[in-house]
Design a protein. Structure first.
Length: 412
């Protein structure tokens, strides 16, 4: 069975030797995450130039009465980047609550007291972020700890399990030494991760995007406000920024690069693979508020005489289908747009029906230079899900989806 102890109670606890003589007071405690993710590995006593450390296995017992040793061989403290010190590195610092999908500030830490055969250990159970922990800190040293515990019972606890905490550490080398993983962030919905990123300062944003998977980073970056997108990419190593841009939808990547300085965007393009680079360079030639600047080149086009069965077979072969796919385009041999077929008509029709017979009427398309306000008017007037974009010869260049229009309207 485990008892609880708070960091605010741990600080200042007297430390006793084998003869129960007081030898100092606790000032901090540290984890070594590479060794154990939650066990307190070291206790620090003293201060100034006289810090001493106590290993976890040197502690016979620990409670509100003090820390009692079973081994008095203490060693001088030397700064160790593999240590996460709870007072210096965690208390009053911002962390990410991965389960609640928000940024919080740590106001206390709760430990389990774990009883082993010959000694006791502290295990970090959760971090506290609510009024109860603020109350403990306000009255610490004013009234006895046991009275504080009784008085706090009327305040609802607000805490986060330690396994759901993601610590923010800008230094990439120290992140490795502290074994800080971004697994919890990478499992979030991109929109939730974007909300968190927007709450953070520049250094913490950079730390997250520099270390998370590039595909996850691309999805999250697409959800971030445009101005912040550019600042994040400009803060990253060029190679990492290029990896993220390559994972983004080309029209979204073009939007981000157009927000950046010319030199920074050129450096990223130079680092990219040739195929996505060429596609981006073509899109960057368009005004970002034009149809060409808004369109995506991720679409499926078939000849008008193709059948529903052939369309389904083509879709099954394509591993790179966009999630927003809701229509198939029909094009002639020279690439001219001949029709738009909604996916709902395809999946509900017999395999032998020709796609041209299912095409929407009238055929609505816009030239590459069409302005944004006219495009939104067309989506509204005709309740469109997809709007094809054609070049000066009527050839299909790309498509604008309703998702893109929703994003535009949100930003107004």
């Amino acid at each position: 069975m485990a008892d609880l102890l708070y960091l605010t109670e741990l600080l200042g606890l007297p430390v006793y030797d084998l003869k129960k003589k007081r030898i100092g007071a606790l000032r901090d405690a540290a984890l070594v995450p590479l060794v154990h993710p939650s066990r307190v590995d070291r206790f620090l006593i003293g201060g100034g130039w006289a810090w001493l450390t106590i290993r976890h296995d040197q502690v016979r017992s620990i409670s509100l009465d003090g820390l009692f040793l079973k081994d008095e061989q203490l060693t001088p403290y030397h700064s160790d980047e593999y240590m996460l010190r709870l007072v210096r590195d965690l208390l009053d610092q911002q962390i990410i609550d991965a389960q609640g999908r928000k940024v919080v500030r740590v106001t206390d830490v709760t430990f389990d007291i774990l009883r082993r055969e010959e000694h006791e250990e502290l295990n970090v159970l959760e971090v506290d972020v609510g009024l109860r922990s603020v109350f403990r800190r306000l009255v610490r040293g004013v009234i006895p700890p046991r009275w504080i515990r009784k008085a706090q019972s009327g305040i609802a606890p607000n805490s986060i399990r330690w396994e759901y905490c993601n610590i923010l550490e800008p230094d990439p080398q120290r992140r490795l030494r502290l074994n800080i993983s971004n697994r919890l962030l990478e499992e979030m919905h991109p929109a939730d991760l974007a909300d968190i990123v927007e709450e953070l300062g520049p250094d913490d944003r950079e730390a997250i995007f520099e270390t998370i998977d590039s595909e996850v980073a691309a999805e999250a970056l697409s959800e971030v406000e445009p101005g912040i997108q550019a600042s994040i990419l400009e803060s990253l190593e060029t190679e990492k920024a290029a990896e993220i841009i390559e994972e983004m939808a080309p029209h979204e990547a073009a939007d981000v690069l157009s927000e950046m300085g010319e030199e920074a965007s050129a450096e990223i393009l130079e680092e990219m693979e040739q195929e996505p680079k060429s596609e981006l360079e073509e899109l960057l030639e368009f005004d970002e508020d034009s149809a060409g600047g808004l369109m995506s080149r991720e679409f499926v086009a078939l000849r008008p005489e193709a059948t529903v069965g052939e369309a389904m077979a083509e879709l099954q072969k394509r591993e790179d289908l966009p999630e927003t796919l809701n229509s198939i385009f029909l094009t002639t041999a020279d690439g001219a747009l001949a029709g738009v077929v909604p996916m709902a008509r395809i999946v509900s029709s017999p395999a032998g029906v020709e796609l041209v017979k299912l095409a929407a009427d009238p055929l609505i398309a816009v030239p590459e230079g069409e302005r944004q306000h006219r495009i939104t008017e067309l989506f509204d007037k005709y309740n469109l899900l997809t709007l094809p974009v054609v070049d000066e010869h009527g050839r299909l260049s790309g498509a604008i989806t309703a998702d893109e229009i929703i994003t535009i309207l949100r930003q107004r």
